[in-house]
Design a protein around this ligand. Structure first.
Ligand SMILES: Nc1ncnc2c1ncn2[C@@H]1O[C@H](COP(=O)(O)OP(=O)(O)OP(=O)(O)O)[C@@H](O)[C@H]1O
Ligand SMILES: [Mg+2]
Length: 382
């Protein structure tokens, strides 16, 4: 099976899944696959591994759009008639842009952006990262420069967080705790830190440095100012949510063969179904091969000699044990994936599924990425 139909027909591809399953790798590989087929692709990524970022030529510190150069593709032996532009998601910068857009005046805008706690709040509030990813996507969606936008998603404890992120973030900002804090502060003009710590522990965790009245004042001022933006934020959150539910958006659910990860991806897929949205595709990443030949002692000894490897006494036994272990993992993966297979049969949608093998090395350069792209979308045309 191949995910090519999604790359050819959709405008947005969203890769979701639990932490560490391979969302960033999958989104970059899908973006490359589309670019290899002539599409102008924007890959919005979050925190790619440093070596992957380097091999794409992007600066980990910059969130500017960066087109991967012809030279880089050629050096990796890749023919890319389209284009691949990578942009790192910057939560704080996106939040800043949102504040700029919705602040009632220049003064209000400057007061918020200049608030000592704003930097912390804008990146640490529940759902902020996810919301800002969606916000950025929404802002870029209408840009005619891109045929396709592939969105990587942040590692959330729960892949589900994504769909509710816009509302959740506004709710957090508008929460009872915040309101309580605001009222309490306004009433007395002063508050015991003890009391404060108990009720707003979550919000305050990690701030530490700012204490006393200065801190309280900064917090109260920020909450008052942000309150002002709630109307605009809410409206925008609704828009962003609606945009995520259109037919031009494909959801690619990424999982590992691990039972926990499968359970999570099935939970998310159930949720999509409840919302009347199709589950477009599943990618099972890092699958161990099943039923491959397990070498015998003789074959191992020969292979070691051929490679000129002298691994010391007991090397053959260790290699044999590792090979047997690999085979067992293959069996286990197949067993776990049976649950996914059955779950995919339920419902009227016919999601695609591609299994990506566990490669011996991390996917950290264009060549390796192209190998994943070929698994996901088939070999590129030449
Ligand atoms: N099929 C694969 N074979 C070998 N290594 C892989 C494979 N897929 C991903 N990796 C490696 O696993 C690591 C994690 O992958 P990746 O960063 O794509 O996961 P993620 O889901 O984006 O993680 P996070 O939730 O932390 O953002 C990376 O170092 C990547 O190179
Ligand atoms: Mg990632």
């Amino acid at each position: 099976m191949s995910l090519l139909p999604l790359l050819e027909t959709r405008r947005i591809v969203l890769c979701v899944g639990s932490g560490g399953v391979g969302k960033t790798t999958t989104s970059a590989a899908l973006a490359l696959a589309a670019a290899q087929r002539g599409r102008r692709v924007l890959c919005l990524t979050i925190d790619p591994a440093r070596r992957l970022a380097q091999s794409l030529g992007i600066d980990a510190m910059s969130s500017d759009a960066h087109e991967v150069s012809r030279e880089r593709f050629e050096a990796a032996g890749l023919h890319v008639p389209g284009s691949l532009t990578v942009m790192m998601l910057d939560t704080k910068r996106t939040f800043d842009e949102l504040v700029v857009r919705h602040a009632s005046s220049v003064e209000a805008r400057d007061r918020i952006l200049g608030n000592r706690l704003y930097g912390y709040l804008s990146t640490s509030l529940a759902g902020t990262q996810e919301y800002m990813a969606m916000e950025k996507l929404h802002a870029l969606e209408r840009d005619a420069a891109w045929d396709l936008i592939v969105l990587d998603t942040p590692p959330t404890a729960n892949a589900l967080d994504f769909l509710d992120a816009p509302e959740r973030m506004v709710d957090a900002l508008d929460s009872a705790v915040m309101r309580w804090f605001l009222t309490a502060f306004e009433a007395s003009g002063k508050l015991s830190l003890n009391l404060l710590a108990r009720s707003t522990a979550v919000i305050l965790r990690g701030i530490g440095k700012l204490t006393g009245a200065g801190f309280l004042r900064a917090m109260a001022e920020l909450v008052v100012e942000l309150n002002d933006l709630f109307g605009g934020f809410r409206e925008r959150a609704r828009e962003v949510s609606a945009a995520l539910r259109g037919p031009h958006v494909a959801y690619v659910l990424v999982t590992s063969p691990d039972p926990m990860s499968i359970r999570e991806v099935l939970y998310f897929s159930e949720r999509l179904r409840e919302l009347g949205m199709p589950r477009d595709a599943f990618v099972v990443n890092r699958v161990h091969p099943q039923g491959g030949p397990v070498p015998d002692a003789h074959a191992v000894a020969e292979a070691l000699a051929e490679q000129g490897l002298a691994l010391g006494p007991g090397a053959e036994a260790r290699v044999l044990a590792a090979a047997a272990d690999e085979a067992r993992r293959g069996e286990l993966d197949a067993l776990h994936l049976e649950e996914l297979r059955v779950a995919m049969l339920g419902g009227t949608d016919r999601p695609l599924r591609v299994d990506v093998p566990a490669f011996a090395r991390d996917v950290h350069d264009l060549r390796a990425l192209a190998a994943v792209a070929s698994v996901l979308a088939g070999p590129p045309p030449r």
